[in-house]
Design a protein around this ligand. Structure first.
Ligand code: GLV
Ligand code: MN
Ligand code: MN
Length: 416
């Protein structure tokens, strides 16, 4: 846990934890976590997408690799555990496996992904998608145009923007992080639950069954800026009032849906807003339900624009389908939890994880660790050391079991 604290002090913004893709703080975090990986006997390198990788090669030659990890980037004003806990438990599990003298019939690689949160480009998984080779140069070029220096607030940040942007132009260089198809046997990620279910059930860990799909969009209303004291209320084309009406429609859409960022221009107390730009994030375990809700919201936005004489732009930024965790890997996690005398609670994830991106190239599984009051994406995020310890032990047991299966069959643990 002291490592989570130390890592939590590495930030792009003094006074609060914000660490975004390819930023100076991320580079410093990779250096520090890289040193911990080395201490655990891993061979370390940073790939072209700023993913940090630590490798334990099997003594058996020509075998595939099992991947463990999570992400090292954060949201703005973040807690210390969303992401880093999964990377640090993986490193601790490697240490435990070495102490136990486990021989691996596959290579093991621990990864700290560079962009799970999508703060900088409003699109998640840049690091894991680069590794999984599911990004295209055209997509990255579009993103680079829209790229947000992070975080765009205040004078202090303006000074930091240059440095934050500097290290990775052009963005297409991250494509070089791709790994050969078929290289990975599977991926396992430990992550804080970010919800209250484990705490309600008085359990330190839970096994994840599936990860909700997401739609992320960029929406803009264009109205007419005008004098706050002279234009009568019934003659206004107020972009912010239209947005306010839409935000309430989002709240009532019957889905997990959020407008999380809003920018209003020109932005003065005596000027009618002529322009409002905002994000929309919609999630559900059912892709059909989610896509249906996005269509309905689009229709509602069009109706608001018509009625208020506004222009609307509606730009899908990212869609990820719901992902089922691999049944065999999930069963192994469940056995490892039960072996410790704990009730096995299986639960879906409403949050997105790098496992979504990695599911494109291999089976994935996840273990959740209880967090206090279910609070996350908030500096109040808190995890008990004892719960993190259970996470480390279950993860080490999981790898030991996989190794046993692999040794017994003298084959890869999975046919892929
Ligand atoms: C990641 O934390 C997400 O679900 O947005
Ligand atoms: Mn996360
Ligand atoms: Mn997060």
């Amino acid at each position: 846990m002291s490592r989570c604290d130390e890592l939590g002090s590495i930030t792009d913004e003094p006074g609060r934890l914000t660490r975004t893709f390819a930023s100076p703080a991320m580079r410093r975090a990779n250096k520090l976590v890289g040193s911990w990986m080395r201490d655990a006997g891993l061979q370390v390198h940073e790939d072209a997408a700023f993913n940090l990788l630590g490798r334990w090669n099997s003594t058996q030659r020509g075998v595939k690799t099992f991947l463990l990890g999570s992400h090292l980037d954060t949201v703005r004003d973040a807690g210390k555990y969303d992401g880093p806990l999964g990377v640090l438990t993986a490193i601790a599990a490697v240490q435990l496996l070495r102490e136990r003298g486990v021989k691996l019939p596959f290579n093991l690689e621990v990864v700290g992904f560079s962009d799970e949160e999508g703060v900088r480009y409003q699109t998640a998984y840049l690091g894991s998608r680069a590794l999984a080779s599911t990004l295209t140069a055209a997509e990255l070029a579009r993103l680079a145009e829209r790229g947000q220096p992070c975080p765009p607030v205040g004078q202090r940040q303006k000074l930091a923007d240059k440095a934050v942007r500097a290290p990775f132009e052009p963005l297409t260089q991250i494509l070089k992080a791709h790994r050969p198809r078929g290289e990975f046997l599977g991926y396992a990620e430990v992550h804080i639950e970010q919800g209250p279910v484990l705490e309600k059930n008085n359990l330190p860990v839970g096994v994840v069954t599936a990860i909700a799909g997401q739609s992320r969009l960029h929406v803009e209303f264009y109205g007419i800026a005008g004098h706050a004291g002279t234009v009568p209320m019934n003659l206004r084309h107020d972009a912010l009032a239209g947005t306010a009406e839409f935000v309430l429609a989002v709240e009532r859409c019957g889905m997990l849906a959020t407008v999380g960022k809003l920018e209003v221009a020109p932005g003065a107390s005596n000027v009618i807003p002529g322009h409002a730009a905002f994000t929309l994030d919609v999630r559900d375990q059912s892709d059909a339900r989610r896509l249906g809700a996005v269509r309905t919201l689009h229709d509602q936005a069009k109706a608001i624009a018509r009625r208020r004489g506004l222009k609307l732009t509606w730009t899908p930024v990212q869609q990820t389908a719901a992902v089922q965790c691999d049944k065999r890997l999930t069963q192994i996690f469940s056995k490892c939890v039960a072996q410790r005398g704990l009730e096995v609670l299986q639960l879906p994830s409403g949050a997105g994880h790098d496992a979504v991106a990695i599911s494109a190239i291999c089976p994935v599984a996840m273990l959740f660790v209880r967090c206090k009051d279910g609070i996350s994406h908030n500096p109040a995020e808190s995890v008990q050391a004892g719960d993190a310890r259970v996470g480390v032990e279950v993860l080490a047991d999981f790898i030991s079991r996989l190794a046993d299966v692999g040794q017994a069959s003298r084959l890869s643990p999975f046919k892929i």
